[in-house]
Design a protein around this ligand. Structure first.
Ligand code: BES
Ligand code: MN
Ligand code: MN
Length: 462
């Protein structure tokens, strides 16, 4: 695989331009106005997989957005790597906070990426990281280095909960059979501190609606005598955490795995600067559950956060109104063993219970998924670790992430194989935020590292 570096040197302009072309298509899965763009993106991914050397590439329509499937099978007796990624992106809002157009990619340097970063929605999450795998395949096929079989499953609904991918997987278990699943849709600690993600949090996402009077009322004539849904909703939300920032929903922590002191000590060895963390997001203090460090709070502990809250008058000036309704979107990040459907039910029961007389409460579950932990003694992890050692000159640190890729636990359940999360993004890459970007260095480093994974994984399976 040593020729990968010269292959990248020769082809890097094209690798960048091909990614830029993909980033120009606004594949926003959440917004039905972009349904056609999502489809066009699937077709572009298909073309690239064909050009990279897949023998078979198919677009599978679903009830939602299509799944792109590709494969190159060289020998049935060799191991098979299944690459998963997503070509859909988050909505770019709020638009006015972007310094450049979200779907008109530009490359410019940043503090962390002096060699340049590609700014566009999806640059890091996940078009850029997914393309690293396509380009790595191209190299292995063109230079006759592919040591095993490879399958690709690139979906268009990750950012909206992968609802229809689950059906696709259940209907295609044989086709998707593999020895390891490889994903680049997470991050690493720093450019000089490689890490492998060993855990993802689960998710339960609900929307709540509090209804008071049957219409908006004059806040002078009725104020003080009628329950105000916004006041009530705020109180109810505030009561979901106690003074130690523990979540108060009965049963919420019942299945949370407590890590041993050794494991916690090991976690604390990962390089981390609280001052830099605070400075990077411009806060003067961190905040969270009593008794846990920042890195524990955002990885091994469950959370409950309001993602949006609205109701009443929010236009210009003042309008004296006592609103009829108030709403909030609430997400709970879960840790492995917590069942998302059970937690959703616990939330619903509790939230309905704490509603005072005078209002009606509705809880509408959105989507969710289980958390995931991957062992570090598997062949897949060992192969990934060796690959990073080769290209970074350092052993990667295993690290649990706070983010979620809910479909990963279903992979294990349906396909019975472990997932390896080789992420090359940085926390500062602003995924889901304005000015999302992906370092050119990170993109190329991913392309360089991935072929080594294939080599070592195949060797370890011999
Ligand atoms: N790629 C992210 C998840 C991620 C990012 C995990 C960084 C670890 C590190 C994925 O696209 C994502 O955004 N997932 C959603 C969940 C989904 C159901 C909308 C999330 O974590 O909010
Ligand atoms: Mn992603
Ligand atoms: Mn995402």
């Amino acid at each position: 695989m040593d020729s990968i570096t010269s292959y990248i040197e020769t082809n890097k302009e094209r690798f960048l331009n091909e990614l830029i072309d993909l980033l120009k298509i606004p594949s926003i899965s959440a917004d039905s106005a972009y349904k056609n763009d999502v489809k066009t993106t699937a077709e572009a991914v298909k073309t690239q997989l064909e050009l990279a050397g897949c023998d078979v590439v198919e677009i599978h329509p679903t009830k939602g957005h299509p799944v792109v499937y590709g494969e190159k099978i060289i020998d049935k007796n060799l191991p098979t790597v299944l690459v998963y990624g997503h070509y859909d992106v988050q909505p770019p809002d709020p638009m006015d906070l972007w310094d450049s157009e979200p779907f008109n990619p530009i490359i410019k340097p940043t503090d962390r990426h002096p060699e340049g970063a590609i700014f566009a929605r999806g640059a890091c999450d996940d078009k850029g990281q997914m393309y690293m795998h396509v380009k790595a395949l191209e190299y292995m096929v063109k230079e006759q280095k592919l040591p095993c079989n490879v399958k690709f499953m690139i979906e268009g609904e990750e950012e909206v909960g992968s609802e229809h991918l689950a059906d696709f997987i259940k209907a295609n278990r044989d086709k998707l059979q593999n020895d390891v699943i490889l994903i680049s849709d997470t991050g690493m600690i720093a450019k000089d501190v490689p890490s492998i993600t060993t855990g993802l949090r689960g998710l339960s996402y609900v929307e709540v609606e509090v209804t008071g009077p049957n219409r908006d009322l004059h806040s002078g004539l009725y104020g003080g005598a009628v329950a105000n849904p916004i006041n009530i909703l705020s109180k109810m939300i505030a009561s979901l955490h106690d003074e130690n920032n523990h979540i108060t929903i009965p049963g919420f922590y019942d299945k949370v795995e407590e890590l041993s002191n050794e494991e916690r000590a090991k976690m604390a060895e990962a390089p981390f600067s609280l001052d830099k963390y605070k400075a990077s997001i411009d806060i003067d203090a961190v905040y969270g559950e009593e008794g846990f460090s920042t890195n524990e709070r955002n990885s091994i502990r469950p959370t409950l956060d309001v993602n949006g809250i609205w109701g009443g008058y929010i236009g210009e000036g003042a309008k004296t109104v006592l609103p009829s309704k108030a709403f909030a979107k609430i997400s709970m990040r879960l840790v492995p063993n917590q069942d998302w459907q059970e937690i959703t039910q616990l939330f619903k029961t509790h939230f309905e219970n704490i509603a005072p007389k005078g209002v009606r409460v509705k809880v509408n579950p959105h989507h969710g998924g289980q958390g995931y932990v991957t062992p570090i003694d598997s062949k897949g992890y060992q192969a990934a670790s060796k690959a990073y050692e080769k290209t970074f000159g350092k052993t990667p640190i295993p690290q649990r992430s706070g983010g979620s890729i809910p479909i990963v636990s279903l992979f294990e359940q349906e396909l019975k194989s472990k997932t390896i999360l080789m992420g090359f993004g940085l926390d500062s890459d602003a995924i889901h935020s304005p000015n999302e970007h992906f370092g050119v260095w990170n993109y190329l480093k991913g392309i360089e590292t991935i072929p080594w994974f294939y080599k070592y994984f195949t060797e370890l399976n011999n």
